[in-house]
Design a binder for this molecule. Structure first.
Ligand code: ZN
Length: 263
């Protein structure tokens, strides 16, 4: 999960704030991003404001330090189970691609949804991490994509797909080809069908977790696909050039259990 903020690595990007806000003004979809950017506190993945310190940076980030259902996790043991009825309706579109200082994120216009059981969540945005945040049997992959769905502001379903080097994926290539190297947004060169970032096999792991960035809010229903999707190494390199490391380490599983099933 990803919330925007004005830092990158150990570099404070507040001096780029004007450029950032100007970019947001040109992007009506990013109005929510602007509000969050103003409220957020400085955090990074490494160094003084790194992931081990998030819980101490701001009282609003307390769950990052004291939460018992945090994400990501290493998935190694699970129970087979029937997964609730899950349906998603994602509209293909030419979404603008944003660099928010922590990741490359695509904000999805309203209209795309995900239904889980009797609840309907709005598909808000998707974004990328490198290396992957979740690991399978202790092994991380090159990257991970998170599809974030929300019901109000405190209840989430995030679908996660691990990405590995291999065959070129046109959607990923198009997105990385439009990824801004600095804070701001860039239009996409052609419309993409986001579903092509999902694996053909619908085997998934499901567990209760949290946002993987501050404020680390718990109440996230994680759906992690077992199978990875191949993308071109050259496209992974584009992302890594902008964000060499934007993954939170695995958190304790504690008393949680992981379910495995088909969606
Ligand atoms: Zn994420």
């Amino acid at each position: 999960m990803q919330w925007p903020i004005l830092t990158i690595g150990n570099v404070n990007l507040n001096r780029h704030r004007r450029t950032f806000l100007k970019a947001l003004a040109a992007c009506p979809l990013c109005a929510a991003l602007k509000v969050e950017a103003q409220e957020s506190r400085h955090w990074t993945y490494e160094g003084e404001a790194g992931s081990e310190k998030w819980g101490e940076l701001d009282s609003a980030y307390q769950a990052c330090g004291t939460g018992t259902e945090q994400s990501p996790i290493d998935i190694k043991s699970y129970q087979m189970a029937a997964i609730e009825d899950l349906k998603f309706d994602w509209q293909p579109a030419a979404y603008p691609v944003a660099n928010n200082g922590h990741t490359i994120q695509i904000n999805v216009p309203s209209g795309s949804t995900l239904s889980l059981g009797t609840e309907q969540f709005a598909f808000r945005q998707f974004h990328f991490h490198s290396p992957s945040e979740h690991s399978l049997n202790g092994e991380r992959s090159a990257m991970e994509v998170h599809f974030v769905h929300a019901l109000g502001s405190k209840k989430f379903v995030v679908m996660a797909v691990l990405l590995k080097p291999g065959q070129r994926n046109e959607t990923f290539a198009t997105l990385m080809g439009s990824a801004p190297g600095k804070l701001g947004t860039q239009p996409i060169s052609q419309p993409v069908d986001i579903k092509t970032l999902l694996p053909a096999s619908r085997a998934v792991f499901r567990y209760r977790g949290s946002l993987t960035t501050p404020p680390c809010t718990e109440n996230v229903d994680w759906i992690v696909f077992e199978n990875m999707v191949e993308v071109a190494q050259t496209d992974i390199n584009i992302f890594k050039l902008i964000f060499p490391m934007n993954a939170r380490p695995a958190q304790k599983v504690n008393r949680r259990f992981v379910l495995k099933g088909l969606i």
